[in-house]
Structures are given as structure tokens and as C-alpha cells.
Design a protein around this ligand. Structure first.
Ligand code: FPP
Length: 257
């Protein structure tokens, strides 16, 4: 691999085992966002239906949530369903819409016990009732929790989110509720669905794809990116620690020198 690639791509072939203790000696990213990609390919490689890959991927969500919480990461935003995913066959969409319920019916007690708070971003008005009810129940039952924020991006699309923010601000301006010079980056950020969350420090995308796929376009402006060829169902604690370890080696300058 060329040297320039090394800086931002993988290190899953790293020989060294990275420990939690090692990671804890340095700055832990406060907000980590993940594009969990490669479930379909994982299943195909095993001649299994795509749903098997999604099911396996759900188990990885549990493992990574536990570890992120243990590391005292403040927020973990997971891209579980994009506004573009409706284009998939109905059976797959139906299955993906059942996953939050499946996950929460099994793991909600554990999340409560571990002080994790569940939240969502995305257009929830288009979610099937059963999906929405499951996440609303989890949000309600965890709203007092002060540990990790487990933030599912469900029916999320960043461009739609930005357009919606612009519409709200335009309406306020039209009603003379704000002046032009009040519209700044903070004002705009507060109109996004991630209001209240700091921008991600680290973005992880699995499966070898090197693109953002309409995920958190505004919020990722200064985020460190970490890509790996590992398919999401194969992603494990060591990969996660490696991503954070690599993040800790980087010098973030936020445009300064
Ligand atoms: C992309 O892989 C993955 C998704 C569209 C779904 C991600 C969902 C999960 C990992 C489970 C979520 C769990 C909860 C609790 C909501 P892909 O299907 O596009 O894979 P491919 O590119 O290999 O076809």
C-alpha cells in the first residue's frame, strides 16, 4: 500500500494487540460515528441470505456499544438505515425495520443497566409503527441515563436534514423572528437533528467503501476518517480499539497549524 494511503486507511492487519488500558491513556474521541457497511457481502460469501448478514451485524452493534460505553465515549452514532435504503427489495426493508425492535427487545434491559441512553436521528414520520414504538420506548426508558448516547440514524439523509434546517431558518427570517447576522454556524447546527451532540471526532466506515453516502455531511467537517476493508459483521472490539488508536496518533489542527 502506498504510504500516503496508510495515514487514513485501515490498520486491521496491525500485529500489535491494542488494549483498553493503552487506549485510556490518551484522548478518547467523544463522539464516534459509524457507517456499518458490508452485511450483504458477508452473507453472500457464506451463501446465506442478506438478512443473515444484517442479523450478524446487529450482534456487532451490541459488542461495540458495550466497549464504547466502557471507554467512556459520549456518543456513538450508527447509520442503521438511510433515506436511500427504501430502494431495496421490500423483504429486506421489512427486515431492516424489524432490527431495532429485535435488538431492543433483547438488549434494552442491558442498556438500562449500563446507563446507556438511546436516541435517534432521521425522519421518524416514515418509519413503520412497530419500529417507531420500539425506539420510542427505549428512548423513554433511558432518557435519564447519563452514560453513552447510542444514537441510531434511522431513515436518515444528510441533505434532507440540511434542507429542513434551511427551511426552518428561512421561515423564522420571513416572520422577522431573526436577523441575517444571527445566522451563524452554531445557529445552523442547532437546527440539525444532531442538536445537542458535539460533532463526531471519528468516523469509521467498514467494507472498503470510501465515501460518506449522505451521512452527517455538515457534522463531519473536521472529523477524522478511518476506513477498513473489514465487513461489518466481522468488525470486532480489536478493530474498534485500532481505529481509536490510529485516531490518537493523528494531529487535529482544525484548520490551524
Ligand atoms: C449496509 O450493509 C448496512 C445496512 C444498510 C444496515 C445496517 C444495519 C445493521 C448493521 C444492524 C443495525 C442494528 C440495529 C440495532 C438497528 P449492506 O447491506 O449495504 O451490505 P453490502 O454493501 O455488502 O450489500
Amino acid at each position: 500500500m502506498f504510504n500516503f494511503m496508510k495515514k487514513w486507511t485501515n490498520s486491521e492487519q496491525l500485529n500489535e494487540t491494542i488494549t483498553i488500558e493503552q487506549i485510556k491513556q490518551h484522548e478518547i474521541p467523544k463522539h464516534i460515528a459509524i457507517i456499518m457497511d458490508g452485511n450483504g457481502r458477508w452473507a453472500k460469501k457464506r451463501s446465506l441470505p442478506r438478512m443473515a448478514g444484517h442479523h450478524e451485524g446487529m450482534k456487532v452493534v451490541r459488542k461495540i456499544t458495550k466497549l464504547a460505553n466502557e471507554l467512556e465515549v459520549k456518543a456513538l452514532t450508527l447509520y442503521a438505515f438511510s433515506t436511500e435504503n427504501w430502494k431495496r427489495p421490500k423483504t429486506e426493508v421489512d427486515y431492516l425495520m424489524k432490527l431495532p425492535e429485535q435488538f431492543l427487545s433483547t438488549f434494552l434491559p442491558e442498556l438500562i443497566e449500563e446507563n446507556v441512553r438511546v436516541q435517534i436521528v432521521g425522519d421518524s414520520s416514515k418509519l413503520p409503527n412497530h419500529t417507531l414504538q420500539a425506539v420510542q420506548k427505549a428512548m423513554k426508558e433511558t432518557e435519564q441515563n447519563t452514560g453513552l448516547i447510542l444514537n441510531f440514524a434511522l431513515n436518515y439523509g444528510s441533505r434532507a436534514e440540511i434542507i429542513h434546517a434551511v427551511q426552518q431558518i428561512a421561515q423564522e427570517y420571513k416572520e422577522d423572528a431573526i436577523s441575517l447576522d444571527q445566522i451563524n454556524e452554531d445557529y445552523f447546527s442547532d437546527k440539525l437533528m444532531t442538536k445537542g451532540l458535539e460533532d463526531p471526532d471519528l468516523l469509521i466506515r467498514t467494507s472498503g467503501e470510501i465515501r460518506l453516502s449522505n451521512f452527517l455531511l455538515w457534522q463531519l467537517a473536521y472529523t477524522e476518517f478511518w476506513f477498513t476493508d473489514v465487513l461489518w459483521p466481522d468488525f470486532n472490539e480489536q478493530h474498534f480499539l485500532t481505529a481509536i488508536h490510529d485516531y490518537q496518533q493523528r494531529g487535529r489542527r482544525f484548520g490551524g497549524i
